[in-house]
Every structure is written in C-alpha cells, then in structure tokens.
Design a protein around this ligand. Structure first.
Ligand code: GDP
Ligand code: MG
Length: 367
C-alpha cells in the first residue's frame, strides 16, 4: 500500500512509535511498525495526539496548492489587472495610476517597466499586473496561475462596448474575478458614460446603483480625473473579497515576466502569492532555478523581502522562466535544482515525443 507507515508517522510527529501503536490498538485497528495506515486513520491518530495533520495528495501537490491553517492567514493587498478594448486607454490609465503613486510618495521617482507596479493609497497597497493582452491572461489562467483578484475593465465613454470589451468580460467571468468598470475618456465632448452603463447591462455587468454587483467609476486617464476614486473603489471591492495569505512560510507564486538582461543575466518579475521571499532564497521557477541574488521594486530600489501580493524583479536564476510559470522557494538549493532538472527532462521527453508524432503524420500524409 502507498500510505504512511506507523514508523513514518511517528517520525513525522516526533513521537514514540509505541505511542501510536497503543492508540491504534485502542481505536480497534492493531498495526505494527512497518504497516501502512489509511489517510483517515493518520488524521484520527494525529488528532488523538492533539496534532492537526492534513494529507496532501500527489494531485494536490502537482496543482501547486498548499495548505495553510486559517489562523496563519493575514490580510493581503489586492492584485489587479487592467483589461479592455484596444485604444480605450489601458496604458494611459496605468500611467495615470503610477503617476499618482509616484507623485505622492516618491517625488521625482522614475518608474521602470517590470511588468507590475504597486501603488499606495491611504496607507494601503494595490498591485497592478500588466498583462500583455487578453490571450496571455487566458493562457496563464489555463495553466492555473492565479494572478488577479480584481479586473479593472476600461471602456471609453466615447466608444462604448466593443468586441474586446466583451472578451474581457468573458475572461473575467470564467476566472470568477470581479469587475470594476473604469469609464474612461470622460473629458471628451462626445463622452456618454451612461450609455456605457446601459450597454454593459446586456453582458451582465450591472452598476451597483442599478441593483447590480459592479462598481463603476468615471475617469479621465488623460486629465487624471477620478483616479483616486478608482483606487478607493478597487480597495472597496478588495474588502468584499477578504483577501488573505500566510506570510510566514516559504514563498511561492507566479512569474509575471521573464527576460534576459545583457548586464544582469536572467531577470524575472515575480508575484508572491504566499509566504515571504528573501534575498538568498533557493528558488525554482518553471525549469529555472537559482538563489535570489537581488530583489528590486518598480523604482529600481533594492528590497530585502517581498510579502504576499508584492511584485518584485529578481536576479539570480540560471535561465529565463516563462510568464505564468509558478515559482517556489526551497529550504535546500539542491531540492530546487532537482525539481528544475526533473521538469526540464520531462519537457525534453515531451518535445521528443511531439517531434516523432509530427514526423509520423507527415510520413502518412506523403503516402
Ligand atoms: P490602450 O490601447 O487601451 O492601451 O489605449 P492607450 O492608453 O494607448 O490610449 C489610446 C489613445 O487614447 C491614446 O491616444 C490616448 O492618449 C487616448 N486616451 C487615453 N485615455 C484618454 C482620456 O482619458 N481622454 C482622452 N481624451 N484621451 C485618452
Ligand atoms: Mg496599451
């Protein structure tokens, strides 16, 4: 059987094996040291010993979810993605938001592109992730990457609902992510923010003031109007979600962006989902591994640690990971390397199989 043996459990709980054997006997299931126990029995015995245990299945481990005791969870900032139709002002809005943050907190500071940025409003943080497009968002989601708590849907008030607006709504709904609507370009003479509201009703995005679930904010990215209001609305939406994570464990999360920098080598922007990432940590990201040599924020300032919902650029990986790859910190660098190598090997085998398959098909096609 594949279960945990009595001896293994004793070892894991750091108790005498005899103590476990005694309890098993009292539970009516006499077992010896080398016999394995069902998961239920393991939990029962552990409970009996005043210990909480949860068995994680291989599937669960592969799906990259971790168990946290609810009492270890602490509030974390929201992670936001801006979506919308081309030219409706996504880039301008992010710029306006960044400008607000920079102007207020680091006068004169220059933000650089790291694929994500953090702003602070009223002492609270919001992390904005730049997704290169809707396709990337979908691809990341398909791989199980949880990179967004809230979607800000940008709709130009002079243009209304367009095909990519609808696409963004569908992606957000499929991912179960709430939508905050930023009705942009309200400075334009032909802007009609109410029409945008009416049009969106048809797609199930209904303003709160009309009895729906969605918060709307009129903005002008160009003039900077309504930006504070939008940030406060995002925080309101985040409050509803009661976002939490365990900061006191090994860090894990996702790669937002990876690139090869001529001077600095492989550079990756990571979003921390859980735990705290430190300089010096042994890390695996997809098929890359290494030790975190340096961590930088969007202003290029060094950071010693990154907590849940923080996005930072890291140096020290041996190769460039892909956007959407998970990352994970290990206690021992050897474990990190082993996992990265195992993944690389698996990818090579899959690649080889694919090549063979194509060759075979091509062969048949030619016959
Ligand atoms: P994106 O394709 O969604 O990233 O849109 P951009 O941010 O590149 O904006 C597209 C165009 O709309 C640019 O020419 C912007 O200057 C303009 N634009 C964006 N926001 C506003 C706004 O609030 N008011 C006005 N009048 N123009 C805007
Ligand atoms: Mg753009």
């Amino acid at each position: 059987s594949e279960g945990v043996t009595v001896a293994e459990l004793a070892d894991a709980l750091d108790v005498a094996a005899n103590d476990i054997i005694k309890r098993l006997f009292l539970l009516g299931t006499p077992l010896t040291m080398t016999q394995s126990m069902s998961n239920d029995l393991v939990e029962l015995v552990a409970d009996d010993l005043g210990r909480k245990i949860r068995i994680i299945s291989p599937e669960e481990e592969n799906s990259f979810s971790f168990y946290d005791d609810p009492s270890d969870l602490k509030p974390r900032p929201p992670v936001v993605t801006v979506m919308g139709h081309v030219d409706h002002g996504k880039t301008s809005l992010l710029d306006a938001i960044r400008h607000t943050g920079v102007a207020r907190h680091e006068a004169g500071g220059i933000t650089q592109h790291i694929g994500a940025s953090q702003v602070e409003i009223g002492g609270r943080q919001i992390t904005f992730v730049d997704t290169p497009g809707h396709e990337a968002f979908t691809a990341m989601r398909a791989r199980g990457a949880k990179i967004t708590d809230v979607v800000v849907l940008v709709v130009a008030a002079d243009d209304g609902v367009m095909p990519q607006t609808i696409e963004a709504i569908n992606h957000s709904k499929a991912a179960g992510v709430p939508i905050v609507v930023a009705v942009n370009k309200c400075d334009k003479p032909d802007a009609n923010p109410d029409r945008v509201r009416q049009e969106l009703v048809e797609y199930g995005v209904i303003p709160e003031e009309w009895g729906g679930q969605n918060m709307f904010v009129n903005v002008s990215a160009k003039k900077g109007d309504g930006i504070d209001d939008l940030l406060e609305t995002i925080l309101l939406q985040a409050d509803v979600l009661e976002l939490k994570a365990n900061p006191d464990t090994f860090a894990s999360g996702y790669i937002i962006e990876g690139k090869l920098d001529r001077g600095r080598g492989p550079v990756a922007t990571v979003l921390v989902n859980r735990g705290t990432l430190h300089v010096g940590d042994a890390i695996v990201a997809g098929m890359s591994h290494g030790r975190v040599r340096a961590m930088l924020d969007q202003h290029g300032d060094n950071k010693a640690e990154a907590t849940p919902s923080d996005a930072v650029e890291i140096l020290g990986l041996d190769s460039v990971p892909n956007a959407g790859d998970e990352f994970r910190v290990f206690e021992d660098e050897r474990d990190a390397r082993a996992l990265a190598e195992q993944r690389a090997l698996k990818a090579r085998i899959e690649e080889q199989n694919k090549v063979k398959h194509v060759t075979l098909e091509t062969l048949f096609d030619e016959m």
